[in-house]
Every structure is written in C-alpha cells, then in structure tokens.
Design a protein around this ligand. Sequence first.
Ligand code: GLY
Length: 352
Amino acid sequence: MVKTWDVIVIGGGIIGLSISLALRKLGTTVLLLERGEPGREATHAAAGMLVECGTETPAALQPLASASARMYPEFAHELQDESGVLIDLRDQGAILFSAGYLPAYSREAQDARPLGELEPALDDAEIPAVFLQERSVDPRALAWAALRAAKHRGVDIASGTEATELVLSNGRAAGVSTEKSTYAAAAVVNCAGAWAGNIPPHRFPTRPVKGQMLSVIGADRDLLRHVIRAPEVYLVPRSDGRILIGATVEEAGYDKRTDVATIQRLHQAAIRMVPALAQARILEAWAGLRPGTPDALPILGATATPGYFVATGHFRDGILLAPITAQLMSQAITGVQPDYDISVFSPARFST
Ligand code: GLY
C-alpha cells in the first residue's frame, strides 16, 4: 500500500519545522520535505533578535509580531524540554541607537541607569538610544531542538529531497513530486522560504535577500549583555561568549558567498560601537538568504488550489514569527478559523 500523509510540509526551516510540530499536536500525520538539511538555510544564518517593534516592522505585521514575541518563552521552553537542547533564550533586552525615529517608550521609562552603566563596553557616543525589553535566541540551536522534537513527535522527514512540483488531482492538491519520487497527502503547505516561488504550478513572488554576517569571541565572555541595534550594524551576544555582528541586505540572487571587504566593514562598524571588539577573534563569516516579497509582508494562508497552503516571505522576522505562524497555519490547514485575521497576507494579493 502506498503511504499517504495528512499534510506534506515543504521546507525544513524554522517555519516548516514549527508548523509540522503544531500539526502533530493536533493529531495530523506530517511528512516534511527538505531540499538540503533541515534548518541549514535562512534559519542557520539568522541572528535571532526577537524584534517585536522594529523601525522597519510593517504596521500590518505588528499584531502578529507582538503575539509571537509573547508566545516565545513557552514555545522555546517546550522545545528545550522536549529535545534536551539549550536554545539560549536571553531576555537582557536590547539597546536601540537611532538618529531618527525612536519607539515611543524611552530608556528612562524602562531602565533609569545611564547607558555607560547599563552596557559599559559601549563607546559613549552622543547618539539617542532607548532600552527595549526584547529577547534573543540562538536560531541554530532552536532549529536543532525543533528537529529533534519533530522526530520525537513522529513527523516523517525526508532530507536531500527537492520538491519539483505540486501534484494535483481533480484540481486539488494531492501530493508533491520530487526528482526521485512522488509523495501523496491530503494537503500541502509550502514553507520553502526564498525557494517557495520555484515549485510549479504556483509562482509565489518570493526572492532571496542576502545577509552577510560574522561572529567573534573575545577574552571577556561577558563583554556585552544586551543586543545592540544601530543603523549601520547590530550585535547579538550569546551566553557562550560569541557575539554575532550583522548584517547586509543585498539583492544578489541565490549567491551565498561572503566577501572580505563587506565582513571587514561590518567588523569595523561593530568596533566603533564597542571598542573592545578590536581584540576579539573572528570565528566565522557567513551569508544567508532571507525570503523577501514585493510588499515586505509574509505570504500566509490558503492558495487558490484547494488543499494547497503557503507560509513564506517572513523576510527579516522568520525566527520571531515562527510560533504565531505555526499556530495560525495549523489552524487554517485543519479547517479552524485562525485566531488572527490573516487575509492581508493571502497569496491572492499577487494574483492578476
Ligand atoms: N533579522 C535580522 C536580519 O535580517 O538581518
């Protein structure tokens, strides 16, 4: 007998993994197809800042961003408990430097200490700053935890398996073809990130938006406590002493190479913020491909093909938005009214 699943999830990034887990919780059988290795693309490249109220967060996304930020402690601890993987959810907060707009709440309202006391490693430049009660997480550990939890909960996973086409039967989604095989399911959800538009017959208008970054480690493992966000650069400390420095936003197709001049420019910008980083050793430099969309909003919900769903285009917020995306998409796929109105994110907005 040919095996079939209730749902096939295409894409093993944090969005696909989180949706698979949420569907399993509802008793649905799930096959996750991943073209490479789960969690090794945009998720692996992400810094893990849980920016709830970014100066670039589109207004339409704000309710989901806030809801997902609230869900994070439970989401993270559940994955941590189930997998035994420490995911480094930090809640020391962020310091946001901005020459222009600053969110309405001030550092004084949140933390009355002078900046130099709050984060002694910072150069005391006279740029306006606010303290924000934001968290960060290690996305690589998060994906590893989600993968282990998914296996533990009985999600079937096929890695190194690229989806080439949606299979249709009487106009409905009926499965997915890959180069080697065809898999059958009652529903399919496309979470293929920057590759989501490459699976016919639907052509979602996603594109890769490259981000280069680096990580450093110094002798002082406690050099930074807070995430630092500035117009030129951001810094994200991990509890093991690493500091991530990011990131470029480049239109470069599927090119994931780094270049020395760009990495040095990011490093120098970080040193201007935190002079002690001049003594830190570079550990790694890498690039990832964020899934961008024409209006910078994600693409979420049912498509025009019954049984075919999409959850992609999370651009710079995929790690933050994973818990709420998993909740809303698992509801939509199982025929439950989603807790938030996701019609503004519908793929129908791109149909001609
Ligand atoms: N979310 C951080 C970035 O896109 O660089």
